[in-house]
Design a binder for this molecule. Sequence first.
Ligand code: AMP
Ligand code: MG
Length: 406
Amino acid sequence: MTPPMTGMTPASEALAQILNATQPLTDTELCPLIQAHGRILATAQQSPLDVPPADNSAMDGYAIRHADLKTTGTDQQPFTVSQRIPAGQVATPLEPGTAARIFTGAEIPPGADTVVMQEHCRLENDTVYVPIDVAQGNNIRPQGQDIRQGAEVAAAGQKLTPQTLGLLASIGIEQIPVLRRLKVAILSTGDELVEPGQPLEPGQIYNSNRYLLAGLLDKMGITCVDLGRVEDTPEATLQALSRATLEADVILSTGGVSVGEEDHVKHAVEKLGELNLWKMAIKPGKPLAFGRVGDTPFFGLPGNPVSTFITFLLFARPYLQKMQGVTPLLPQGSLMPSSFKRPRKSIREEFVRVKVTDDGEMETHPNHSSGVLSSTRWSNAMAVVPIDSAIAEGDLVRVIRYDQLF
Ligand code: AMP
Ligand code: MG
């Protein structure tokens, strides 16, 4: 419920409403495995085979039958070398009482059950001297030790990492069903904005949100439909939004969602669809709009770049994840002693840009203004100060690292 005292909506409440309004995409396509990094797996994959497919040698050495070793007498026992098995060649059954020269990755000849590494052996002509105290089964990688036939190698809805691609290749997958890429349109509202590369006239600033969002979307494996800057006029705003509906699954705009007379996004979206405008009980990033333009979901993120960053992570990211069929969760993060204090309780939940060092210490950026984009680059995590909580230095606060998010 929105607290009546403040008229502000808690982040969790807005997020629940936003997530309620979406369904995962169902369109899938086949993608060559070599191009599938970062894509979302559409169907669980089971292994059609054991990996490795057969017992093989973990070492360069000699394969023997352990029972052929005598348990008494000298320390070393001579064996005639009866065959040579490089990796990739098919072995013949081991002649009883002999050894096979074998190399790493080569299949163990039927009848052998132990590999002695070459460093522990002595070779004289065709005879190899093997220490008698080797353990049975040594240096053999058993069939199926990595993956069993029928085992699930990757679940649906996961983002394909380099490790998963390697595993899928190891079970012989060449093409893989993935979700089609989401297309998200981004538009930057503001007459003051110019693009990098243009001269900066008085009154102007460079458009940073466009680049920030393009990078965040790319991290999510989403195709960015870049609609550039939109003038602060009703006509330009209506036109850009209408165009975005033709080209994208979701629209993200920045700026222009406050209630100033230069903020045209609200009216334009209301005209073309419907809009919820929240005063979010979060800091930074107070205004947030969510609705639809025609049938296309729409997020109006605040203009201040730090607020754009935080509201993207808190609201747009989980929404887009749900559309991608990925479980949309803001990571819980971990509890750490705070490096900052907030002696006065606040009616807004605060996301403080902090740096967690390799030693597990927290440092706080000196400037918390939502205009200081440097703080997002300097930090590697955000510490969460709950609504209505005072924090003293050393109190435990929840910290979400950016590398848990992107
Ligand atoms: P607005 O919500 O449009 O009033 O914008 C809030 C603040 O964010 C203003 O100071 C804008 O100049 C700034 N801002 C809006 N969009 C961008 C952008 N794309 N890049 C950098 N700053 C922006
Ligand atoms: Mg503006």
